[in-house]
Design a binder for this molecule. Structure first.
Ligand code: PLP
Length: 452
């Protein structure tokens, strides 16, 4: 077979892709007919495809390329680390400097007493770790019956069997089932589900479903609650201001563990290092991935409180780990990524560029006939498409049709925005500049005009 390179005709690459590469979350036959768009390069917030088109990436890849594409420092660190020590494991009483340094740095950055890091290769794996950790915690405390984890409908926590079960997405459950001991309560999506309530009333009502569920199951059965500070894959659902304080009150009252899934909201996305800081919550465990390495290497993990760590450690060996837990190259790259975020003041940049620059332009999209609400926290936003802004009605056509069309128009206009049903979402690289925000908004508006 000839060498397959960026210089091959796009159609040939597409045919090979369809023949041999099975894509995640994709209708393979549909993709084969259409052909994948083949991305060849990235710099800053810009991607280039195999036809030479320049695309502005409004999604930071999959919410992960926080520092933008093409930073040579990360490539240099990876090469140096590969030459020095390409791999060694952290099982069986060995360690190495990249894992030690990254864990120590994360303990410094994470709020409160979140001082211990268990590494994984991805967010899904880290959430699988969390299932084991919280159940083990109660086992060691001699309360093995406390094993149920409460999560939320339309939450997303990955697509391994554990992560997919924590998530509240029925299409994922339908493909292969769910593991036991995980139950779901409603999500704080006021726009779609809030009815006549104010957002604040609705936020309280949804948070109190946690208390109802704990009482229904019995507190002696409940191990933990897990939630994303802002639901990302569910459509950038920014909860009403009353929601998280009430969740925190309930978690404190019943003494159950709180897991904040910060896979998207971590590392600057919401204008703080972590979304938990933005929403004032105090998790016992945080799930991290994506922005940890800005997607330059696959790495995830759990940042664990002193309390949870000490109890689990008391129980002796934890029978859990991944070959790539704390992979030295991934850890070294993540550490360099954190250095860049810190030294270049990228989180301040997020605050400055998001409010008011992007926020004003994002909110102004609500003057478009299709756009109901526009929501944004930091550099994470959504607009809800509706045929009737006053009633917050949904389109009569099959769910997501208008959103899908809009996403297709964005794609054609060289803007990557995602749709979740009839919500359009953005999460651009955190280094996006005001002039690039203008391009993003102009292309989004043009795409909205073309899709109805
Ligand atoms: N948790 C959240 C909140 C996510 O958004 C994702 C991925 O989008 C995951 C977990 C799963 O991470 P990964 O795809 O790295 O397994």
């Amino acid at each position: 077979m000839n060498m397959i390179t960026n210089h091959m005709p796009t159609e040939e690459l597409q045919a090979l892709d369809a023949a041999h590469h099975m894509h995640p979350f994709t209708d393979a036959n549909g993709l084969a007919k259409k052909g994948a768009r083949i991305i060849t390069q990235g710099k800053g917030v810009w991607l280039t495809d195999s036809r030479g088109e320049k695309i502005i990436d409004g999604m930071a890849g999959l919410w992960c390329v926080n520092i933008g594409y093409g930073r040579p420092e990360l490539a240099e660190v990876a090469a140096r680390q590969m030459n020095e020590l390409a791999y060694y494991n952290t099982f069986f009483q060995t360690s190495h400097v990249p894992a030690i340094a990254l864990a120590a740095k994360l303990a410094e950055l994470a709020p409160g007493d979140l001082n211990h890091v268990f590494f994984a290769g991805s967010g899904s794996e880290a959430n699988d770790t969390n299932i084991r950790l919280v159940r083990r915690y109660w086992q060691v405390k001699d309360m093995p019956e406390k094993r149920v984890i409460i999560a939320r409908t339309n939450g997303y926590h990955g697509s391994t069997m554990g992560g997919g079960s924590l998530g509240g997405m029925s299409p994922i459950h339908a493909h292969g089932g769910k593991i036991d001991g995980i139950v779901h309560i409603g999500q704080p999506d006021w726009w779609s589900e809030g009815g006549d309530m104010t957002p604040e009333e609705f936020g309280l009502m949804r948070a109190r479903e946690l208390e109802e569920k704990i009482l229904e199951l019995g507190v002696d059965k409940v191990a933990a609650f897990i939630g994303e500070p802002i639901q990302g894959a569910g459509g950038v659902i920014i909860p009403p201001s009353t929601y998280w304080p009430e969740i925190q009150r309930i978690v404190d009252k019943y003494g159950i563990l709180l897991i904040a899934d910060e896979v998207i909201t971590g590392f600057g996305r919401t204008g703080n290092w972590f979304g938990s800081q933005t929403f004032g919550i105090r998790p016992h465990i945080m799930t991290i991935a994506k922005g940890l390495s800005s997607g330059y290497q696959p790495i995830g993990g759990s940042i664990i409180s002193d309390e949870v760590f000490n109890v689990v450690a008391e129980g002796g060996e934890l029978y859990h780990g991944y070959t790539y837990s704390g992979h030295p190259v991934a850890a070294a790259v993540a550490l360099e990524n954190l250095r860049i975020i810190e030294e270049e003041g990228i989180i301040d940049h997020v605050r400055n560029v998001a409010h008011p620059y992007l926020k004003e332009r994002w909110d102004a999209l609500t003057d478009h006939p299709l756009v109901g609400e526009a929501k944004l926290v930091g550099l994470m936003g959504s607009i809800a498409l509706t045929p009737n802004k006053a009633t917050r009605a949904k389109f009569a056509s099959e769910a997501g049709t208008v959103g899908f069309r809009c996403r297709e128009r964005c794609f054609a206009n060289n803007l990557i925005m995602r749709h979740v049903g009839d919500r359009m979402i953005i999460a651009p690289p955190l280094v996006i500049k005001p002039e690039e925000i203008d391009i993003l908004i102009t292309r989004a508006r043009k795409s909205l005009d073309e899709c109805y």
